[in-house]
Design a protein. Structure first.
Length: 487
């Protein structure tokens, strides 16, 4: 497909369905007699096109990336739990003392961190993802519009081939009528046998041309169904759109003015510019990694050890024996000091966790010094990606400018071609009617008649092609300006 034809169909899409909205609800609508309108074909194509579904998934991926970028501003919170069995000599976590015994220990904690500063890396990463989502939205619109264009151009190709079939059928009917008429005259002896043979040969040629036109129409219908991703159907038909003969007038703007308007409307331009902006943010985010990282940290932890016992000291007397007089057990030396008895019991898991609970809060400063040149490499890669996106944006603009310049020249050429073909058909129609009249009265032979008829047939087919071509070239210029387009 020629690129200018694709752009031209954009106008026809909008004009034929009354300003078709890109985000309208998609509903399959099919008439009972299986006759599809242009809007119905486009809607079906939008619902079933795989390229659109892929663009939707890519947009969803960008939205997930944006959500992740936003989540990086939230504090991190992690919980940890560890339980182990100990054999032999080890350090008791509750006392930091070496013991030699079989025991079980547990360590439970919750730790959190909140990034306070890192050279704007996170905020620029957020902006990068926000812009990438906007670019993805524009890409989705462009994908939807491209699908609409492909369906519409194939729809119009079907219409064009339908008209060509009608012309070919009329040509075959005229040839058949003349062959039958001549056959009667030959039988009556009024005309020679060669006239009948020439007309029968012309009728055979016209029937072959009709068969070719019908085959082209079937192929055009199949191409339309494939562009819709619709399985081939034998009874597939489209709604007829009657295009009036165009009125040739000078276009209101030149190619440069159309180009300036196109830069404000095309989704491909907006997407390319947004990608440049997104990559600019990516460069700033990468440079932010060169700055120190300041974080607020907080947490709490607790320990448990099965080797620990809960000790209870109980007072058993108000006095304490400190010795005996001359070693006599019957004469103790007593002082007024309380005496105690220490007993041990199981130190429960919950009590140890509560008694050993500790909390902390602080600031963590991390200064990057050297990391194998990873950050510098990341910055360089981000700069290269930005330069590539800038080149892509420039390429998009150059391509659009060239397409508009070509479309404008083609529109002028199509206008001249249509006027020339129209005048040719009018002249050849008069010539054919004169030749037919003279042939009917025997003033010319069948060869001269066939030449006049073939010339008219070819001119009529060319006029149909010229009419559609002019509409294509004219409406593409309206499309670039986002004008309301109607026929």
């Amino acid at each position: 497909m020629k690129r200018v034809t694709v752009f031209a169909i954009a106008a026809f899409v909008l004009s034929s369905i009354g300003g078709y909205a890109q985000n309208q609800p998609q509903t399959q609508v099919q008439q009972a007699d299986n006759v599809w309108s242009l809007q119905e074909c486009i809607q079906y194509g939008l619902e079933n096109n795989l390229a659109i579904k892929r663009s939707e998934l890519l947009l969803r991926s960008s939205e997930v990336g944006l959500l992740q970028a936003k989540a990086r501003f939230l504090p991190t919170l992690t919980g940890s739990a560890q339980h182990q069995a100990n054999f032999g000599r080890y350090v008791d976590p509750t006392t930091n003392a070496f013991i030699s015994d079989k025991s079980q220990t547990s360590n439970i904690g919750v730790n959190g961190s909140l990034l306070l500063f890192q050279g704007g890396a996170q905020i620029n990463n957020l902006r990068q993802n926000q812009t990438a989502v906007k670019a993805g939205q524009e890409d989705l619109k462009q994908s939807r519009y491209t699908t609409s264009l492909n369906v519409a151009v194939n729809y119009l190709t079907v219409l064009q081939n339908q008209e060509l079939v009608v012309v070919a059928k009329n040509q075959a009917d005229v040839s058949r009528f003349q062959a039958e008429r001549t056959e009667r005259l030959v039988a009556a002896g009024s005309l020679p046998q060669t006239d009948l043979l020439n007309l029968q040969a012309q009728f055979a040629n016209d029937r072959a041309a009709l068969t070719t036109a019908e085959n082209d129409l079937r192929i055009a219908r199949l191409t339309l169904m494939q562009s819709m991703n619709l399985p081939a159907q034998d009874n597939f038909n489209i709604e007829q759109i009657n295009l009036e003969d165009p009125t040739i007038n000078a276009y209101e703007k030149n190619a440069a003015q159309v180009y300036e308007a196109a830069l404000q409307t095309l989704h491909s331009v907006k997407s390319a510019d947004l990608l440049v902006q997104s990559n600019n943010y990516a460069v700033s985010a990468a440079r932010g990694l060169l700055y120190p990282r300041l974080s607020l940290t907080a947490g709490m932890n607790s320990f448990y050890s099965s080797g620990q016992r809960f000790r209870t000291r109980t007072q058993v007397s108000d006095q304490t024996i400190i010795g005996f007089v001359n070693g006599d057990q019957n004469i103790p030396v007593i002082v007024n000091e309380p005496s105690y008895r220490v007993t041990e019991s199981k130190y429960s898991f919950s009590n140890q966790l509560w008694d050993n609970l500790g909390q902390y809060i602080g600031l963590n400063l991390s200064v990057p010094i050297i990391n194998g040149w990873q950050t510098r490499t990341q910055i360089s890669r981000a700069i290269v990606d930005r330069n590539i996106s800038e080149l892509d944006a420039q390429t998009v603009r150059v391509q659009i400018r060239q397409d508009i310049e070509l479309a404008y020249n083609n529109m002028e050429a199509a206008a001249s071609q249509y006027l020339a073909n129209k005048q040719q058909v009018e002249s050849l129609a008069l010539a054919f009617r004169a030749a037919e009249t003279r042939f009917n009265v025997g003033a010319i032979n069948s060869t001269d008649y066939n030449v006049a008829k073939a010339n008219l047939n070819l001119a009529q087919a060319n006029l149909i092609l010229a009419k559609y071509n002019y509409y294509f070239r004219l409406k593409v210029l309206d499309f670039y300006q986002n004008k309301p387009l109607t026929f």
